[in-house]
Design a protein around this ligand. Structure first.
Ligand code: NAP
Ligand code: G3P
Length: 485
């Protein structure tokens, strides 16, 4: 049975030195469900002194953890994965209520995290160093040999967003831990209860006290204090571009790995299988109400393609299930009223500037019905801004070069899709797109999670993905042997 981490059914504690503690600030943050505004629980609003203590404790624990054999670190990740897997239904119930993600996707988020932990444990064990002979460089000698291994960076600050509070915490924590780092987890406030369950899985799996501590509290209150704390050696952030840019502007000499917003384009060419393309676009754009960084967020097509694609999209969009995450609906209430108001603003702007509403533009509080616009033009906000909601624009272009030009004009550069049967055109476009990854004949998406996941321009910096994340959170250390001459 998964151990309870709260004093009663409401108050959740924070993980410190292997124990669940309450904040001495006596301040709690209420987490209400986006589904029905009911109270999911209360989390600790930790004070600056408690943050100092958590980071100091993490530094102490780090000395032994860095020297713990990698197979023992891997064993703990495997155990944590087993605990997650065994309790996935129970944890998913929290996700359903806390972030309004449908039950099936919630279970799959937990399972994906368990799989991520296992793969990371094995990938960590398979990472090899190298030995380099000195005589390769002019004037060098065989008497010099550099033995290069990878060592931890120290304490990693992991900050995750609301839309994947378990998976996007886990995909930072596991590579950091296998690399021998300690972790300070600052989960999203809306999503912290789910993330605390992940921390509990690691704690129950036998992670030594202090190797991971959690800090709950609002980013706007405590974020800058943690970000600029001298005890932090690496910042791994996923969230909005605005907060990412803020982090980059205040951090000093601490390496950053950041995955931020996106405006992923689907470019559809004349020869694409339009039925399949429409299915891929609809599932890519509207799952979890479009609250995914990798959601398809604009469609670029010529008149000839758009005329055929629009009716196919319309039929599929109108058959999406709208309502509660408890009923496994694809379209669910957005995370809060502010987000729903923002999406509505983009919809209203498109209507006022003359876009053609194909379907949608219906709202019940935070529930926005899936919306598709045709004839969106580049003076409309929807052409450029990330809604993080279920609304997609079709921008009509004259040819594939104009599609590439508009795709690249975006400040974002996460992913793009190209739908075509012509491999030459697919490669022509893929090479020119200024994004981290291009999907040919598939929706934009992160997984499988051992693939590199890269955001360029305002979509991030650095590369995630299991092997890449471990490499990012470790550094080479060279020990040079000078043999007798
Ligand atoms: P967000 O508002 O930027 O918040 C992300 C995290 O940053 C939360 O934990 C938040 O804490 C924290 N935070 C806020 N202000 C902070 C500060 N000053 N210092 C330190 N931390 C601070 O993003 P979100 O609304 O949760 O997530 C949606 C955004 O994330 C979208 O733009 C989406 O595209 C992006 N995203 C990107 C990826 C990717 O891999 N590229 C994946 C998922 C999401 P609080 O919750 O306490 O404010
Ligand atoms: O937005 C979260 C990021 O991890 C993407 O995952 O599966 O939604 O593409 P996915």
């Amino acid at each position: 049975m998964f151990k309870k981490i709260f004093t009663n059914d409401i108050i959740y504690k924070s993980l410190y030195n292997g124990k669940w503690i309450e904040s001495s600030s006596n301040k709690l943050i209420e987490i209400k469900s986006p589904v029905d505004d009911s109270l999911v629980g209360k989390v600790q609003a930790m004070s600056k002194e408690e943050i100092d203590r958590a980071i100091a404790n993490s530094k102490e624990a780090g000395v032994k953890w860095a020297e713990t054999p990698i197979n023992e670190r891997a064993e703990i990740l495997h155990k944590a994965a087993d605990i997650l897997e065994k309790n996935k239904e129970e944890i998913a119930e929290i996700l359903v209520r806390e972030i309004a993600k449908d039950r099936k996707s919630s279970i799959s988020e937990v399972q994906r995290t368990a799989d991520f932990f296992k793969f990371t444990a094995d990938a960590g064990k398979n990472l090899e160093g190298e030995s380099i002979m000195g005589d390769k460089f002019p004037g060098g000698t065989q008497n010099k040999i550099s033995i290069v291994t990878r060592v931890p960076l120290g304490t990693v600050l992991a900050i995750s967003p609301f839309n994947y509070p378990i998976n996007l915490s886990g995909s930072k924590i596991a590579p950091a831990l296998i690399g021998g780092n300690t972790v300070i987890l600052k989960p999203p406030t809306q999503g912290s209860i789910s993330a605390l369950y992940l921390a509990q899985a690691l704690n129950e799996a036998g992670l030594p006290p202090g190797v991971m501590n959690t800090i709950t509290g609002r980013g706007s209150d405590i974020g800058d204090y943690i970000l600029t704390h001298p005890g932090i050696n690496f910042i791994n952030f996923t969230g909005s571009t605005a907060v990412g840019k803020h982090i980059a502007s205040i951090s000093t000499m601490v390496p950053l790995l950041m995955e931020l917003g996106g405006k992923d384009a689907a470019i559809v060419l004349e020869d694409a299988d339009l039925e399949q393309t429409a299915s891929d676009i609809v599932s890519g754009a509207y799952s979890y109400s479009g609250q995914r960084c990798t959601a398809v967020k604009r469609i670029l097509a010529t008149d000839e393609v758009a005329d055929k694609l629009v009716p196919l999209l319309k039929t599929k969009i109108e058959s999406l299930k709208v309502g509660s995450p408890e009923d496994n609906c694809t379209i669910v209430p957005l995370i809060d009223k502010r987000s729903a108001d923002f999406v509505q603003e983009l919809i209203d702007d498109a209507i006022n500037k003359g876009a053609t509403l194909v379907t949608g533009n219906k709202r019940k509080e935070n529930l926005i019905y899936p919306t598709l616009f045709d004839n969106v033009t580049t003076d409309m906000r929807l052409a450029w801004e990330e809604p993080f909601g279920p609304v997609v624009p079709i921008i009509r272009v004259k040819d594939m070069d104009e599609a590439i030009e508009i795709a690249n004009k975006s400040e974002y550069g996460l992913q793009s899709s190209v739908f075509t049967k012509d491999i030459n055109n697919a490669f022509y476009i893929a090479k020119k797109l200024e994004v981290g990854s291009v999907q040919i004949n598939g929706k934009t998406e992160r997984g499988p999670d051992h693939f590199p996941f890269i955001g360029v321009k305002s979509s991030g910096m650095g590369t995630q993905g299991i092997k890449y994340s471990i490499e990012a959170m470790t550094r080479p250390k060279a020990i040079v042997i000078n043999l007798d001459k």
